[in-house]
Write a protein that binds this ligand. Structure first.
Ligand code: ZN
Length: 324
């Protein structure tokens, strides 16, 4: 999720540059990558790749490439995991896929409904070769995305201007009830739908051949976690996920891959502090309005985009714990 305002220094400079150019988008059109410019993929293992996104809010300078994306290639087909915040990002991901493999993209898997993970889906419609591409997600994802479609598409048009052209919502057509395996030829992906945590439709993807686990936004590294589901549920789920082994995990925001479960430590510390601070405010009879300035303040220097997301995390958590 990206608010309409960017407060970091880079954004300030970018806005100043746009203002100098006369319009917000005049400068962007000359500085932003085109659909033919491939995203930079890092190879994590044989047939496994990821794009590591910068820690930024949606803006013309990034064109919507603001969450990590994944690619797994089997002997028969490939699967893409998440697609970016615009069709432009999806096209750039497809361009990157084509530099790695000529196998058809049989599956586009969305880890949850947030716009930075799903709005590039349309770019892959024709990428399945002789068969249609299947769009795969948690069983609750279609409803969650459908009710936010207007909000998400209005936002991307407002913030990206002409760069948003062609961006639309593509809903999943293959839903994961609890667990599903997808065979790419010589390698199997295990998809799992989880109870409400970061959102109510979080899905993970495990590549058995390499031991690579794509966690979507259940794991943030460097970029402050954002809460749009249940803090209690997220903390509980983290314990379940931590108990499992993986050769490496790919966070929704952070480096292309990190060690597991060591990489869960910072997120766990932050979420536990949000919980403890919110519980204390409620016990003291403090109103919700003080939560943004009184929750998790000691974490401020430890995360990118803290000021953009911590206030709303504090409010969301206060709501959740108010009546416990
Ligand atoms: Zn998310």
């Amino acid at each position: 999720m990206a608010p309409a305002f960017r407060l970091d220094r880079r954004a300030f400079l970018a806005c100043a540059a746009c203002a100098a150019a006369g319009t917000r988008f005049a400068a962007a059109e000359t500085t932003t990558a085109t659909a033919r410019d491939p995203l930079k993929l890092e190879k994590l293992a044989d047939g496994v790749f990821a794009f590591a996104a910068p820690y930024e809010l949606l803006a013309p300078e990034n064109g919507g490439a603001i969450c990590n994306l994944g690619l797994v290639v089997g002997s028969q087909a490939a699967a893409v995991i998440d697609t970016g915040n615009s069709v432009l990002t999806g096209q750039r991901m497809l361009e990157a896929v084509r530099r790695v493999t000529d196998r058809p993209v049989r599956y586009v898997i969305n880890t949850h409904m947030h716009p930075d993970h799903v709005l590039g889906n349309a770019a892959f419609r024709g990428a399945g070769g002789s068969e249609p591409v299947r769009f795969v997600a948690h069983r609750k994802m279609p409803r969650a995305l459908a009710v936010r479609t207007d909000t998400y598409t209005d936002q991307v048009r407002r913030l990206l201007g002409p760069l948003a052209e062609g961006t639309e919502v593509v809903l999943p057509d293959l839903l994961v009830e609890e667990r599903m395996s997808l065979d790419l030829g010589g390698r199997v992906l295990i998809l799992e739908s989880w109870p409400t945590a970061h959102t109510d439709n979080d899905l993970t993807v495990f590549d058995e051949a390499s031991g690579t686990w794509f966690l979507g936004d259940l794991l943030f590294v460097g970029h402050v976690p954002t809460l749009d589901g249940s803090l209690k549920g997220w903390l509980t789920l983290m314990e379940t996920l931590k108990a499992r082994g993986a050769a490496r995990v790919v966070p929704g925001h952070g480096p292309a891959s990190v060690a597991w479960p060591a990489a869960a430590g910072d997120e766990r510390r932050y979420l536990h502090l949000v919980e403890a601070d919110v519980r204390r405010l409620i016990a003291e009879g403090q109103p919700m309005s003080v939560a943004p300035d009184r929750v998790a303040q000691s974490e401020r220097e430890k995360w990118a985009l803290f000021d953009e997301f911590n206030p709303r995390n504090a409010i969301a958590a206060y709501h959740e714990y108010e009546w416990e």
